[in-house]
Design a protein. Structure first.
Length: 605
């Protein structure tokens, strides 16, 4: 209550100004990202390419917020002068400018961004405590940050809900026309600005004062002692029982156990960090025993984790997901060895090493993307050479049917490379025209999924293979082609020499369309991939299978009018067919056209 009595608007304003002076560029980064996000909502961006700069600005601003926050903590710790502080700001702005230039809203770049943000958050936790001492200050600082985050989230959520209710009340009571966009825009502002400003206002920066602080929240002790530690112990017993089962039955461990070991280890280490200041106090015997034996108990589980990873990698190679598990396993083993063998056992070792691992995993010389691509290309090379599909570094079409398991493995690797890396590392295996085809797929496809599927099919086709799933069943591939609507906006068709024009939809489950050419009947039907035009005197036929196979040599998606127009001539009738849309599926190399939208022009000879 005394705290509430001392609060005034002037004090709140002064605190806000002081917070801005302490963290100016962190707040400016938050403001930039908030404005960009609100702008994106306001314009209802639908064209991704035109508004990509806004998305990049949001991404860079999120990195700038934590970067400048970390730099300010370092400046406080080292007592930077205003000049040195300004140089740090300029360095941060230069980094963000380069980062904006290179960053792309794609999965690989987003993984790198998340790793960078994680590393910066971890660096912020220890940047003011780089010496061997001040371990208590380090713990108290991070405790304060954790509680401040929870408080900021609570305040932000309650205030947002209150404002939303107020807006709805104004809308209902005064018949105001409030746009729906106001609600997401308000949430972005509350999270981007209010939440950030409120959090930064409570950041402690006096290391000496933190080192002398020994407060420990009673609620945190109760939660850790009676909830977290018992749960960790239960999972420890379960994992040891599973290890005993493996030894007794002498069987390989299941792959998913690696995730369980990592989750258990991380929660256990978090528990140790939470009880660190009070683990040796009188009355906390259980905490002392847990902190003393946890890492020793973790050592066999770390060995189990390494065993599981080794088996998966030896069978399926390295992917980005497995690389992350490997990196965490290396970090876990190093952490266990440090706390078991080292006499210092400084808890700052945990965030410091984890931040280094995060950066090396995505930016290092042996980062996850480079290693994963190398691993999968090596696996593919081995499989192709083993089955006579790669001779003298040149792909040869399969001369005989492969085993289903082998075909599935090759298909899986090619599909993975199509999705994550492309085929640049394999260009020397194919003729130059294959690279040209892959480039045309990238430029002509409608979506990333189309690029992945079409380029994958092109590479497998060069090997004389169909895509086969891991179950050994060849997958059904659906296709859809249509006129390029950007080239044919006016829909103007030349009809010289033709007497009749009709627009039709045909499906395999609605086979016949009855038309009248004056008084003469015409039946149009689609059967067994053949378009039939049945007049009284004769029937004109168009076989769609070779047309479809030719279309499938290119990309899935839009086609020019010349590619979609065909002329048929009989003894008495002539027809021109222009397909607006053509779709179907291919399974086990068998094509089935099941839907057509077409323009039909008819004349008599």
């Amino acid at each position: 209550m005394q705290f509430l009595k001392n609060i005034s608007l002037q004090q709140l304003l002064n605190d806000a100004v002081q917070t801005f002076l302490k963290f100016p560029f962190a707040l400016l980064s938050a403001l930039t990202g908030t404005i960009a996000a609100i702008t994106l909502i306001e314009i209802e961006a639908k064209n991704f390419d035109e508004n990509e700069w806004l998305i990049k600005l949001i991404i860079v601003s999120s990195a700038g917020l934590i970067l400048f926050f970390t730099l300010e903590l370092l400046a406080r710790r080292l007592n930077f002068s205003l000049k040195a502080r300004a140089l740090a700001w300029l360095g941060g702005l230069a980094f963000l400018s380069v980062y904006y230039y290179f960053i792309q809203p794609e999965l690989r770049y987003m993984i790198r961004h998340l790793a960078l943000v994680l590393a910066l958050h971890l660096a912020a936790s220890y940047i003011m405590f780089l010496n061997k001492r001040e371990e208590n200050a380090f713990w108290q600082f991070n405790k304060a940050m954790f509680l401040r985050i929870l408080t900021a989230v609570l305040y932000t959520t309650v205030l947002y809900l209150g404002l939303v209710i107020a807006i709805v009340a104004l809308e209902q009571l005064f018949n105001l026309d409030v746009p729906d966009k106001i609600y997401p825009e308000l949430w972005v502002f509350m999270v981007g600005m209010f939440n950030t400003w409120f959090f930064l206002a409570g950041v402690p920066t006096n290391v000496a004062e933190l080192e002398e602080t020994h407060t420990y929240p009673k609620g945190l002790k109760v939660f850790t002692q009676f909830v977290l530690l018992p749960l960790v112990t239960i999972y420890l017993v379960i994992l040891y029982a599973y290890m005993a089962k493996i030894l007794l039955q002498w069987e390989w461990p299941e792959g998913w156990v690696s995730v369980l070991v990592l989750c258990f280890s991380i929660v256990g280490i978090l528990s140790l960090l939470l009880i660190h200041p009070i683990r040796n106090l009188t009355g906390n015997r259980w905490m002392h025993t847990f902190s003393k034996w946890f890492y020793r108990a973790l050592f066999p589980l770390a060995f189990l984790l390494v065993l599981v990873i080794w088996r998966r990698v030896s069978e399926y190679g390295i992917t980005e997901a497995r690389y992350v598990v490997i990196a965490l396993a290396v970090w876990l083993v190093a952490t266990v060895l440090y706390f078991v063998l080292s006499k210092q056992r400084n808890i700052k070792f945990i965030p410091f090493t984890l931040s280094i691992i995060a950066l090396l995993a995505v930016f290092g010389p042996v980062n996850m993307f480079r290693v994963s691509e190398w691993s999968q290309v090596s696996r593919l090379r081995h499989l192709l050479e083993q089955n006579g599909l790669l001779v003298s570094d040149k792909v040869q079409p399969a001369s005989q049917k492969l085993k289903q398991e082998t075909a599935a493995q090759i298909s899986s690797i090619v599909d993975y490379l199509a999705e994550h890396h492309g085929f640049e590392a394999m260009e020397g295996w194919f003729d130059a025209k294959v690279a040209i085809t892959l480039d045309s797929i990238k430029t002509g496809a409608e979506s990333k999924w189309t690029i992945r599927e079409t380029s994958r099919n092109e590479i497998l086709d060069q090997m004389g293979l169909d895509y086969t799933s891991e179950s050994g069943i060849k997958s059904t591939q659906y296709f859809h082609y249509s006129l390029d609507k950007y080239d044919d906006k006016g829909e103007v068709f030349q009809i010289d020499g033709y007497s009749y024009m009709a627009e039709l939809w045909l499906r395999t489950d609605n086979k016949n369309q009855d038309l009248k050419l004056g008084n003469l009947p015409l039946v149009v039907s689609l059967e067994n991939n053949v378009l039939h035009l049945a007049f009284e005197e004769e029937t004109l036929r168009l076989n769609l299978e070779p047309i479809t196979r030719k279309l499938r040599k290119g990309t899935i998606g839009y086609r020019t009018r010349s590619e979609m127009t065909f002329t048929l001539a009989g003894d008495k009738k002539r027809a021109r067919v222009t397909f607006r849309e053509l779709s179907g599926k291919e399974e086990n190399k068998e094509v089935e056209v099941n839907a057509l939208e077409l323009l039909l022009f008819i004349s008599e000879l």
